[in-house]
Design a protein around this ligand. Structure first.
Ligand code: NAP
Length: 491
């Protein structure tokens, strides 16, 4: 556990959707870990809200089970009991007025607390919740609202959500969460780039050949089929997580770490993305959908079977080539790919440096691979810098590519905190640096919408790929056409 936990003010965290998957699997375990680290001040309250009628004791038991499942033996009975003293439950339908007076009374019973309303529900009821919070004057200065992805289905629907939430809360009270930004490696990008002199002079088109961003999942759609089938990989992953990672890699150095300074720079990257539309979508994008195959050590069903449907043109895989039109990145492609039922669960950013200008070594010394910086977000977060070195031993000089490998867990001897731990406490502190501002979300949709429109207009159906493979062969062709290959961690 970290010994550097910064204290936060006493707070109330209300989780609308307190019985849901996200609350049980991520939010409550994250709060518990912060509690174990003694970062949750006494008298703070965590209040689960959902429609289901149940006794508070039953809710607490569900939370206990979720904590034990998520955390294992550290969740000792005594510690869980102490944490559960902070946890309560309110049955409430966020779309109806009944029960809200009581809820407001519960909230108002304690003054001076920071109030965090986490909307861990379907976005369809965000507006209902916000309006009722306003009707009961729960949107005052100390209040903050957290909204989860998906923020809209396209630019128009994202604006509707942003307008509705923005009518109740000021922008500085709205925390649009993208948990990728809470990952240690992503924050470490800021440290690597701006707390070292080594990298930044090389961080441009003169020295970087191309960039790859991969977010691969081994799971299929699981229980999220109906949601996912309406979204697809481009909306579900690229619009938010992958574009946010691209922004962190590509942005100019902000003048300060002030939240708006960082987000201004990210926004400029989004604005500089070359459009992909009907004119070039066929060359620059690939969509895929998994079929039955061998994955996760056994036979895995196809997407349609997972979905229980006869047909669907939703993509479960996307690969695309993005270009940033500015001085720093002109001519440096950013290849992005993400998909479900891929061979391994991995999220990483790989910076490929250019070839050396001239080799002094003999032909028999082996080929000289360009340097490569691998920033791994999951699993085992860390950084690997691939350098050429001499293969040890006598005889002729043989060259070999070897990694300087820094696993954060080993280097710092601590378990990396889950992204939600960091982000939830940033909300309590009122620090939005690692959250998406309204204009960022909308700029991302502005870039994504023409891709979706081009796919629609071209009646483009996803290409099949077998579960347990790295997507359709067209994804390999997308990058190999340019004389490059997708990153493989072993060399
Ligand atoms: P979920 O398992 O379906 O949970 C939804 C929760 O909302 C339940 O607690 C449900 O309880 C409650 N709810 C539904 N209607 C309500 C109403 N009218 N008033 C009050 N509560 C209501 O969903 P989830 O997977 O936790 O996801 C929550 C949100 O996070 C979604 O926007 C999702 O897209 C997003 N998200 C989830 C994940 C994830 O890993 N699960 C990841 C990223 C983003 P009752 O039915 O009893 O009311």
């Amino acid at each position: 556990m970290s010994t550097h936990a910064k204290p936060v003010a006493v707070f109330d965290l209300v989780i609308f959707g307190g019985t849901g998957d996200l609350a049980m699997r991520k939010l409550l375990p994250a709060m518990f870990r912060r509690f174990l680290d003694e970062q949750i001040p006494a008298h703070s309250r965590i209040i689960g809200v959902a429609r289901e009628e149940q006794a508070e004791s039953d809710y607490r038991e569900r939370v206990r089970e979720a904590l034990v499942k998520a955390i294992g033996k550290e969740a000792t009975q005594a510690k869980v009991d102490a944490f559960l003293d902070l946890v309560s439950y309110r049955p409430l339908d966020a779309t109806r007025d009944a029960g809200w007076d009581d809820f407001a009374e519960l909230m108002g019973a304690v003054q001076d607390h920071v109030r965090v309303f986490y909307l861990s529900t379907s976005p369809r009821i965000f507006v209902d919740i916000c309006e009722r919070l306003r009707a009961h004057q729960l949107n005052g200065e100390g209040s903050r609202v957290v909204i989860e992805k998906p923020i809209g289905h396209d630019l128009a629907s994202a604006r509707e959500i942003n307008d509705a939430v923005g009518a109740v809360f000021e922008e500085n009270q709205i925390f649009r969460i993208d948990h990728y930004l809470g990952k240690e490696t992503v924050q470490n990008l800021l440290a690597l780039r701006f707390a070292n002199v080594l990298l930044e002079p090389l961080w441009n088109a003169a020295h970087i050949d191309h960039v790859q961003i991969t977010v691969a999942e081994t799971v299929g759609v699981e229980q999220r089929g109906p949601y996912y089938d309406n979204a697809g990989a481009l909306r579900d992953m690229v619009q938010n997580h992958l574009l946010q990672l691209l922004c962190m890699v590509a942005m100019e150095p902000p003048a300060t770490l002030d939240p708006d300074a960082v987000r201004d720079e990210k926004l400029k990257v989004l604005h500089a993305l070359q459009p992909i539309d009907a004119a070039n979508a066929a060359q620059e994008t690939v969509r895929g959908q998994y079929r039955a195959g061998a994955a996760n050590g056994g036979a895995a069903p196809g997407y349609l079977q997972d979905l229980g449907a006869d047909e669907s043109s939703t993509e479960t895989f996307v690969a695309l080539k993005a270009q940033i039109r500015n001085w720093r990145w002109a001519g440096v492609p950013f290849y992005l790919r993400t998909g479900k039922r891929l061979p391994s669960r991995v999220s990483e950013i790989v910076m490929y440096f250019r070839d050396i200008p001239y080799s002094i070594f003999e032909a028999g010394s082996g080929s000289i691979a360009p340097n490569k910086l691998v920033l791994r977000l999951q699993p085992d977060e860390g950084v690997k810098l691939w350098l050429m070195a001499k293969s040890p031993g006598p005889g002729g000089l043989r060259l070999q590519s070897v990694p300087l490998d820094m696993s954060f867990a080993e280097a710092f001897g601590v378990q990396q905190p889950d992204a939600y731990e960091r982000l939830l406490l940033d909300v309590v502190r009122g620090n939005p640096t690692l959250f998406m501002r309204r204009d960022e979300v909308e700029a991302a949709w502005r870039w994504i919408d023409p891709i979706l429109a081009a796919w629609d207009a071209g009646r483009d159906t996803p290409r099949a790929y077998a579960a347990g493979t790295w997507g359709p062969s067209a994804s390999v062709a997308l990058i190999e056409r340019d004389g490059r290959t997708w990153h493989d961690d072993d060399h």
